[in-house]
Design a protein around this ligand. Structure first.
Ligand code: BES
Ligand code: ZN
Ligand code: ZN
Length: 487
């Protein structure tokens, strides 16, 4: 496993990557006492992703352009892409230097963190089921280490930043592995085992409620969605306590559909294989627990992950079926493919009724409608609380996980009226699908005043710099961890 170290000289290795901010004066290199000869800006422009190699005294220096925009997310992306494409070119031990004229935009510590995260994501191999393995690169070998160069003064700050970035990216890579795992290798019981294992390792509590216990508790909507599958629905409860006196208590809920066929209202086959990623919301919450627990953040977290496989079969729910739910409301199932809101409804009301946290955030790959609206550019944010919405948007801007706020128009509640039950799960209308899904969830939060629902259907599984096709992006872990650490 790749390690990192912070160093104050250049003796540790012979291979160096020098990240250069756009049009930085390369004469600054003199300050580094490296004897690098003059480089003309005709040879190296500092443009994002461009490189130029110089060999001096048995050391190799690869100049990597970072462009003028030194935002954390941009730098992380450059390193992600660069690592994926070039990891075979380096030695086990490689150093990283940043050459900047003006470090006030993004502090050096954050740039190191961005580079480290980019490298870790860039070497993360998702081809676990290939029989012919690619030979691993030097950075994947047992003794591999990345050395971050800095002056004495910045060491402590960089150390803190790298520690945080390392934990977050490990959590991100862990959940990407789960999201990329297909339905035949990750059913609800497999997912439960993975959650227990991660909880044990990271230091948070996990309790799994099986179908019998859910029946007793009355989570009928969750059970109904899972009833067509050989592996019944479960509910995972995650608990973390930062142990501080006046810490805030946050409730987190994530949609954990291990595969979504659509049920009897079956999906078309074109992109159905992507539906192995329909547990990305639950995975993002799980990753957040992993990161928060490893960072020992002073906060109390209670998480609920409703987990089910939306399968087809003689036992599956039918369109027209009427379900009861944990909070007592009855639901007419118009479309069995609108299953996410059913399982979230039970988990949300179970959370607010029994734990009443200060804030509630849920994440879900909930609607195709949000993909039509925002594409892969941002997740849809629905919130009844402006302050919470602002906090989440700010955290997302910093991490590069964009959020776009959507309305919760009350008029859309009418679309969910049923003649035979308290609610129906789908309006049957081709309009405002993501909003009506959010309005449905709102019915199950018992008027909690600080709630946000994040629809990640367009961003959780997407083309990435490190895969040929669509794959898990890890959306949400950094966003939520950043948000929580700023509270
Ligand atoms: N899991 C899907 C939503 C989804 C779509 C996720 C695309 C990722 C990419 C969800 O369960 C679903 O099928 N929603 C339906 C709801 C409709 C039947 C009311 C949809 O959005 O089409
Ligand atoms: Zn569905
Ligand atoms: Zn779904």
């Amino acid at each position: 496993m790749l390690k990192y170290e912070i160093v104050t000289d250049f003796s540790s290795c012979s291979d160096w990557i020098i990240g250069v901010k756009g049009k930085t004066d390369l004469n600054l290199l003199k300050n580094l006492t490296l004897d690098i000869p003059f480089i003309s800006d005709k040879d190296f422009s500092g443009e994002a992703g461009k490189e130029f190699v110089v060999n001096v005294n048995n050391k190799r220096f690869l100049f990597l352009g970072l462009g003028e925009d030194l935002r954390f997310s941009t730098v992380q992306k450059i390193f992600r892409q660069f690592t994926f494409q070039n990891k075979d070119r380096f030695n086990e031990k490689t150093g990283i230097i940043f050459l900047l004229t003006d470090i006030s935009v993004t502090p050096l510590s954050r740039l190191c963190e961005a580079a480290w995260q980019g490298i870790q994501i860039g070497i993360n191999n998702i081809g676990s089921w290939k029989t012919i393995k690619k030979p691993s690169s030097a950075w994947e070998s047992a003794n591999a280490c990345i050395y971050f160069y800095s002056g004495e003064a910045m060491q402590e700050e960089i150390k803190i930043s790298l520690h945080k970035g390392n934990i977050i990216t490990n959590a991100r890579n862990t959940i990407c592995r789960l999201i990329n795992t297909p339905g035949n290798y990750l059913n609800p019981s497999d997912f439960a085992l993975a959650i227990e294992e991660i909880g044990k390792d990271a230091g948070f509590k996990v309790q799994i409620f099986n179908a019998r216990e859910l029946q007793k508790k009355g989570l009928h909507a969750l059970l109904a969605v899972g009833q067509g599958s050989k592996t019944p629905a479960i509910l995972a409860q995650l608990s973390y306590d930062g142990g501080q006196k006046d810490q805030k208590h946050i409730g987190l809920v994530g949609k954990g559909v291990t595969f979504d066929t659509g049920g009897i209202s079956i999906k078309s086959s074109t992109n159905m294989h992507y539906m192995k990623s329909d547990m990305s919301g639950a995975a993002a919450i799980l990753g957040t627990f992993q990161a928060v627990a490893k960072l020992r953040l002073p906060i109390k977290l209670t998480g609920f992950l409703p987990i089910a496989e939306n399968a087809i079969g003689s036992q599956a729910i039918r369109p027209g079926d009427i379900l009861s739910s944990y909070n007592g409301k009855t639901i007419e199932v118009i479309d069995t493919d609108a299953e996410g809101r059913l399982i979230l409804a039970d988990a949300l009301s179970y959370l607010v009724r029994n734990f009443n946290p200060d804030m509630v955030v849920n994440m879900a790959t909930l609607t195709g409608s949000i993909v039509g609206t925002l594409g892969n550019h941002a997740a849809g944010l629905f919130s009844n609380n402006d302050e919470l919405a602002q906090q989440l948007i700010a955290a997302g801007n910093e991490s590069g996980e964009n959020l776009w706020r959507m309305p919760l128009f009350d008029a859309i509640k009418d679309d969910l009226k049923s003649d035979v039950a308290d609610l129906r799960n789908y309006s049957g209308l081709p309009t405002s699908g993501a909003i009506s899904a959010a309005k449905f969830l709102e019915e199950f939060i018992d008027n909690h005043p600080v709630w946000a629902h994040i629809d990640i259907a367009g961003v959780a599984f997407d083309k990435t710099e490190t895969t040929q096709l669509k794959a898990a992006t890890g959306y949400g872990v950094r966003l939520l961890t950043e948000w929580i650490s700023n509270l």
